[in-house]
Design a protein around this ligand. Sequence first.
Ligand code: VG1
Ligand code: CO
Length: 542
Amino acid sequence: MTTVATTPFQDQRPGTSGLRKSVRHFQQPQYLENFLQAIFSTVAALKGGTLVVGGDGRFHNDVAIQTVLRMAAANGVAKAVVGQGGLLSTPAMSCVIRKRGATGGIVLSASHNPGGPDGDFGIKFNAENGGPAPEAMTEAFFRASRALSSYEILETDDIDLSRLGPTALGDMAVEVIDPVADHADLMESLFDFDLIKARIAAGAIRPCFDALHAVTGPYAEALFIRRLGADAAAVVNAVPLPDFGGGHPDPNAFYLRDLQDRLAAADGPNFGAASDGDGDRNMVLGPGFFVTPSDSLAVLAANATLVPAYAAGLKGVARSMPTSQAVDRVAAAGGFPCYETPTGWKFFGNLLDDGRITICGEESAGTGSDHVREKDGLWAVLFWLNLVAARDLPVEAIVREHWRRYGRDFYTRHDYEAIDADRAETLMAKLRAKLGSLAGTQAGGRRIALADDFAYHDPVDGSSAVGQGVRVIFEEAGRLVFRLSGTGTKGATLRLYIEDFEPDPARHDIDTQVRLADLIAAAEEIAAVSHHCGRDAPSVIT
Ligand code: VG1
Ligand code: CO
């Protein structure tokens, strides 16, 4: 065991979801070690405790995981539970921490960011409730990272993570577990597998899940093929690869062209789904039809009682602030509360732990429930399969019926990626400076009712989070949200979220960008987006 002298890095403040940097940045000598030491020094209970470790299989996962284990052993962790091959999806991590009563977990992932030697890497710490470390804890990691002078590590050979079962590293017990089984068992306990299985066997549901060569391949094969009886073609790109096969493991309409084409084939699949790098996001589609994540959350909430686990009804729901207000309508109709939190899953943890909400989600393709403390891609896909089976309707028909009943919340997000960080800050600073004078003025031909910088007061622990995104709300309906991403690694990324409510079913088929054109123009008028970003158009529209 050695104590190694080190010099602090100044840039180890975790963002929306952990510390995320380029692989090369993480490969700097002592960069990873320093941040890990900040975690071990901050979470005192890890000494003598149990730590779960795993990642999404991206490039550098295999090297980094050995460092995590050596440092865990040197920092007095009593037992490490590791996914075989170093793999564990983010929701499976949450499940394993809770099921085994662990002290916490370390996930090696940069989620939906690209992988490979030129891609990104990341580290997240999950607490004993299985959820992402809350803000107070990530801030403590950051403070500790800037005050370090040394770290503890065990000098030893690499441990073999390919064989299941117990082993050891110094005084630390190590158990290599099947990364899939605990999570798959949990899924089977929540949904009506017999019903889904029967519909698949009858050919009524023909699923196709695109794992995008990220972590969910083995999970999806276990669930859809082995437990639900779908044929082998139901899971594509199933082998996790360090560079995700050169693709971008972000399941949005932009990166799912292949899957769309498969669904378009005459006798092809009629239910499509995908997940992201670490398995916490989801996308569900039917032939020629994408379910926007905000609509997905609302539809799941509206139909929850059809699923065995939620048959008794929902205690409440929550959505991140930029997520559309579709779920608010479901909550109002159902008579349960709807909470609005800042972006990032860590803000849902207290509401879930306190039993205030059952289901929650984000516009960025994340949905989950109180079954774990992370968003869960495969959970959402199974939920949809259960609905399609129970209602005997295709995905598109379920969504259209939802719109007819509740009205449609047209929604789009425009991302301006990798823009100059100073210019992005200037845009936000100018916008914030005029917030006080926007209400009552016109933009895009509409009148602004309210403009503010979103602040959240956690009703459970009383903590506050300020500066969580600028909202511009129009009279009657219509809303713009401007915020800077906390997961990007190059320059800054501006996210502009645009939504409007349309109660008239005769207008539900209008193209989203056309329907929202006046609000898009309003955003330009209010914030001079293209001028500040130095771009004519967004890099990604979802
Ligand atoms: C993005 C999403 C946010 C999500 C976060 C982590 O954050 O907008 O909703 O919780 O990614 O998702 P940001 O700060 O870039 O907007 V994951 O699947 O990358 O862990
Ligand atoms: Co993710």
